[in-house]
Design a protein around this ligand. Structure first.
Ligand code: ARG
Length: 456
């Protein structure tokens, strides 16, 4: 027996049912579906669209169904078409014809639009909490390494000295923007679509604002066609998650590089790394490789949604049922990635001597050497050229700026004095960059305090 049996002369082929069915993935919205139905039933009673007794009976039984599912007493029937039909069928099984009144002035089109918004609200709150935990781990690592000098790169070539704290705080800034985007996504999806019905709203005297208040939405949708057709909010979240994953993926790529023998900047804790089945010496950064790999998958989910929506005429189309698997996959995998990075980052060791040793090669303080001449009155372009020749001389003679004698310096320019050595000392180079956003320990510490304030 199917829902639309009045119109049809034949029953549904089981293959059609299987192909059409979405309960395998939309069952996870059972709670939102029930809470949405409870608010709807209360509103129908309040507006005298159904009687007060019928409304109370429906509300009570929906609460029982919710408890029974959560206590494991009621199993979800995966032969149902979707979670909405499963709940409604169960209600009618339990309270007979009264249950059939629940769907008055409602369609599954606005029902699913409501459920998915409520479900995503809940997930956004959880993802925000997870992300805040990750930010705290990064802040901790920064706080404990304020003066650990490391090479800063451009083009993956030694560029200028920074600190490990400054590096970690760069990711904190990205994650803070991700948090902001999550809040933004939440704000835009927190609009109540019920009352749009199938597409053209309803002739019943419903009270949409009552339902909005019951379900804690900030507003109601303002066009019934849009109310059932909009999935922008799913895309907003998919994009937000993709970007968050891209940030975690760039960080992961650096962990992969930096645990290699070529860099040796960090060492993973044994419990968050893996070995090889054949090479006894191996210690692999599988976690970060998977984070990097899953980033592609989540960007794929975003693409699925974009392409799924791009040609759909108004209003509801069944294509839109495909939104759930994509966004659920993006949510599940993003959460897994955040929650494994938290302990992995928390437990890895920073090999600060290696960082400093690597910072000493590659003429990372050459800009500072040029700035030294500028401070003595020389135009920057001229100073840049002189230091270029000094670097070339060092390369030919196997020296670094720190080991060049003052006599050698003076051969290039008379302005050099013995204070040059202090000026190009790597720690000093970092501390001198004491502008907002710079790597000096004072600036980075100030920003850490600001972020702690923002988060608390
Ligand atoms: N399972 C459907 C979905 O996820 C619910 C809406 C069905 N509406 C309809 N008219 N077939 O989109």
């Amino acid at each position: 027996m199917v829902l639309w049996e009045g119109r049809f002369k034949k029953g549904i082929d089981s293959r059609t049912n299987d192909f059409n069915s979405s309960i395998k993935f939309d069952y996870r919205m059972y709670k939102e579906d029930i809470l949405g139905s409870i608010a709807h039933a209360k509103m129908l009673g309040k507006q005298d669209i159904i009687s007060k007794e019928e409304s109370d009976k429906i509300v009570d039984e929906l609460n029982n169904i919710l408890n029974d599912i959560e206590d494991g007493k009621l199993e979800i029937d995966f032969n149902a078409e979707d979670i909405h039909m499963f709940i409604e069928t169960e209600l009618t099984k339990r309270i007979g014809d009264t249950g059939k009144r629940l769907h008055t002035a409602r369609s599954r089109n606005d029902q699913v639009a409501l459920d998915i918004r409520m479900y995503l609200r809940k997930e956004i709150v959880e993802i925000k909490d997870d992300l805040k935990k990750l930010i705290h781990v990064f802040l901790d690592k920064a706080l404990n390494n304020l003066d650990i000098v490391m090479p800063g790169y451009t083009h993956l070539q030694h560029a200028q000295p920074i600190t490990y704290a400054h590096y970690m705080m760069a990711y904190v800034e990205m994650f803070l923007r991700d948090l902001d985007r999550l809040e933004d996504s939440y704000r835009r999806l927190n609009i109540m679509p019920l009352g749009s019905a199938a597409l053209a709203s309803t002739t019943y005297n419903i009270d949409r604002n009552f339902v909005k208040q019951e379900l804690d939405f900030s507003d109601v949708t303002k066009n019934s066609l849009d109310g059932v057709s909009d999935r922008d909010f799913v895309l907003d979240l998919a994009y937000t998650l993709s970007l968050m994953m891209i940030h975690m993926s760039r960080f992961s790529e650096e962990v992969i590089l930096w645990t290699s023998s070529e860099f040796k900047f960090i060492e993973l804790d044994d419990s968050f790394s893996t070995g090889s089945s054949i090479m006894p010496q191996k210690k692999n950064p599988d976690i970060t490789e998977l984070v990097r790999g899953k980033t592609g998958r989540i960007i794929g989910d975003l693409n699925t949604l974009l392409v799924m929506m791009k040609g759909l005429p108004l209003a509801y189309n069944k294509d839109m049922q495909e939104d759930k698997e994509a966004i659920f996959d993006a949510i599940d995998n993003t959460k897994m990635c955040i929650n494994i990075l938290i302990p992995m980052v928390d437990t890895y060791k920073i090999l600060k001597d290696n960082m400093l040793d690597k910072a000493k090669i590659g003429f990372i303080n050459a800009t500072d050497c040029a700035d030294y001449l500028v401070k003595k009155g020389m135009p920057f372009r001229q100073a840049y050229k002189i230091v270029g020749s000094i670097v070339s001389y060092c390369i030919d003679n196997n020296k670094i700026l720190e080991t060049l004698s003052l006599d050698e310096y003076k051969k290039f320019n008379d302005n050099f004095d013995k204070d040059i050595y202090e000026y190009i000392d790597l720690k000093n180079c970092v501390e001198k960059r004491n502008v907002i956003g710079g790597p000096s320990s004072k600036q980075v510490k100030k920003r850490i305090d600001e972020v702690l304030n923002i988060l608390n």
